[in-house]
Structure formats: C-alpha cells, structure tokens
Write a protein that binds this ligand. Sequence first.
Ligand code: FRU
Length: 491
Amino acid sequence: MRDTNGHVPRPRFHFTPERNWMNDPNGLVYDRGLWHLYFQYNPEGTDWGNMSWGHATSPDLRHWTEHEVALRYRDGEQVFSGSVVATPADGETDASLLTAFYTSAYDDDHQAQSLATSRDGGYTWHSDPQNPVVDRGTSAFRDPKVIRVTDADGAPLWVMLTVEADDRQVLFFSSPDLRLWKHVSTFGPLGETGVVWECPDLVPLAVDGDPDDVRWVLLLSTNPVGDDPDPDGSSMHYVVGSFDGAVFRSDAAGLTRLDHGRDFYAGVTFDSAPGGEAVMLAWMSNWRYAAAFPSSPWRGAMSLPRRLSLRSVDGEVRLVQHPMGFVGEMLAGAVPSTVFGATSPAEFTLSGHSLVELAWDPAGTGTLRVQFRGYADALVELRHDPSSNVLSVTRRGAAMEAVHPDFPATSTVELPDNGDRPLRLLMSLDGPLLEVFACDGEATISNLVVLGAGPVATTLATELHGPFSLTVAEPHDAEGRASPALSAALG
Ligand code: FRU
C-alpha cells in the first residue's frame, strides 16, 4: 500500500539537526580546518520558537557533528539570525577570536543587533555587556551579516549589512573595530511589494574569473506578508553591482531570482573560506509550509554547500552555483552509461540518497522527462521542453497534497541559450531534498519532496531516439560506483 502520510527519510549528505526545529544558517565561518555552521534552532521542540543558535562543525562540508547550543534564548530575548567573523586572537593562545553578531528579538517587539565572542574556537560564547551594539529602536531590524572590505584608501574596514525587513531596505554600517558602528548607506526599497526582506549578504566575485573585473553581489531573501500573501512563499534573489565600502550601487533595475525552486531560503556565505571563495548554505524550506513538513524528530535541513561565481551568459552577468567538493568527486568516480532514448524509457532504482548526472542533445532527444517514485503516493517529474527551453520540476500526488494545500507545485526556469553544446543536469536527491543544477550551475531548482521510505524507482524517457548519457553515484557507497541496480537495468 502506498502511504500518504509521507515518512520522510533523513538526508545522508546534508545537515539536519538530530532533533527539533531548524531554520536559517547563521554564523557560517571557516576556522582552522573546520567549517562551523550555527543555525536558527528551537532547543525545545519541532516548531519555531525559543530561537537560539544551534551549532555543528564539519571538516569537509559533508560529515557534520552537532554540538551544544551555542547561543541560547533568554527570558524576554530570542537570538535571531546573524553572522560570525574570525580574527587572530591576541596573546598566547593559538585559537582565533570569533565574534558573533545576532539579532536580539525582544519580547516587546523590538529588534537590535548584539555581539558575542568566543575564545575556544566557537564552542562557548559570551554575550557582550554593552548589548545591543546597534539599535534604532525599530521592530523589524535584523539579520546582521558582517563582511571585511578595504575602504577607498585601502584601509581594512568591517561592514555590517542588516535589513529593515518591513521597509524592504538593506542598511549598511561600517566599523574599524567591530564595536563602534556608523550607518553609511541604505539600499532599497525596490522590486516586489508585499514581502519582507531578510538575511542579506554581499560577496565580491570575479566575472569569468577575471581579477580585473570584480563585481559585488548582494544576496537577499524575500518572504510574502500581508493579507493575501503570494502562495509561492519564500525565495532568494541577487543583485549584481559595485561597492565602495559604503554604498552599494546596482547594475540592474530589479532583483534576479537566485534559485527557481520553492525551498531555498536565507542563504548566506562563510567568513574566511579557504581561497577567499564564496561558499553558501541555505535553509531548504519555505515559510509558507515549513511548520507542516512531516519529518520527525527533526524539522529543517540545509542545502548542499554551493560555491558562487559570476559568468557572462547571453550578454548578461549571471550568478552561477556549483555544489562543493564531494559531489563532483563522487560523480567523477562513477561510470557514465550511454543510453538510447524513445524505444522504451530507461528504468532504474536509486537508493534515494543519490547523485545523477545527465547530458543530452535536445535536437536528438526532443522532450526529456525524468520521474521519481518512492513508496508514498506521490510523483516528482522533471521535464525539459526543447521548444521553450524551459526546465520544470513538478511535485504532485496525495502525499504531497497532505503536507499543505500549497505544497504541490511546478517550478520552472528558462535555461540560457546553450548553442550546440549538450545540455547537462546534475540532480541531487537526498531523502526529501531535491536540488537540480542545470547548465553547469547557471540555473538551479531546489525543492522539498515527499517520496516516502525505501528506494526510488526512476524512469527516464525521451521523445526521439537520440542518446543521452547518464551517471549515477550513491555517495554512501564508499567508491561512488554506479549502483548495481542501475547497471542491471541498463544491461
Ligand atoms: C528568516 C528569518 C530571519 C530571522 C529568523 C528568525 O528566515 O525570518 O529574518 O532572523 O528567520 O528565526
């Protein structure tokens, strides 16, 4: 019997807390060989509340160890989203000094930015007696992200981005010492109304790797509010522009969608990542139905870590996202199969914690469809239509409907013109987390799915006879070989 109450398998190569509620990634910092992930966390339950910073570390962004809660809510004050920066500690110790900036969300509806420090590598924290350190006396002033820049004269400077969420504005503050902050500029409002702006970040990236053409990319999350909020819910956007240490100037008129799925929110980057790379994690859910997602005893998952870059595509500068390290390594170790389409669909079984890479020439294959089915009464269908060049991911069926009336959905993105090159897709399916990277990271669609327990029956069908190449890796299989089920099905 197919189940509609959707057992949700725990992801195996994404971070989930052992138990309880999690939303945004916070305080992402790389320090002395460890990636630190703090996160919005309710230490006491599977619903949002008692917001605190949970903590996990990883040597490789794949295997995570969860630690004690780092910053705990107090009577009258919750600890909302923010960031951490690492600086050299003075004195004898070889530990870094870690400084966290978080929003103190007081029970009287007042939000302001506070500071805490850690001298033991991020495990124990001391809130500053001077808190809050930035306070405007307003009620939706939050999500401090501190970055390091050099000012117009080449002197090092700290910059804090925060939002006035209801005003759809990003406020920039600067400081020489992380303690005294001066308001230097405001960006926004612009774009869609009827949303709040949350979780800003700002990263410098070279266009096509050219160090002489560095642009600044503002990252932003928006969430519908008000009487008749958009049922699509939360989403992430970016703006490419320039930054002089005080003022951000956009190159374009509006916000560009960062991920075209329903479940990629509050993404921010790590401080001090090796090689100065921009590595982002996001929360894979949507405020529209996050509280209804039927996982237990945990609720909330992080995305794959993604390395950000800028590429000129079709005459515009586009943000490109690549899954980090281990994903590529796993696929590189797997053996691709070439399959001819149309006569009958290719059928194979995935563990449901799998990486799949596909390459095909739409001129030879026509429309391409991939379907995933687990034990639940539900279907995920990915489809590429060559006439429109639109890629879509649909989740439907009774088990999806049971999550929330707005959960069944089709996410679409028009792919950039690929010329004569084959199209390439990387799909990561890890329990309920489906992330699709198209055209070498130029478009992404990230969605929660409810396929139920057990293996995932997969079919791949094309309209015409043209061949496609298929590579499957099962990351928990030590060598990342093509799974035996796949080899058997393809003979
Ligand atoms: C974004 C957000 C932030 C806030 C936090 C509270 O998802 O609403 O603006 O700091 O979550 O948990």
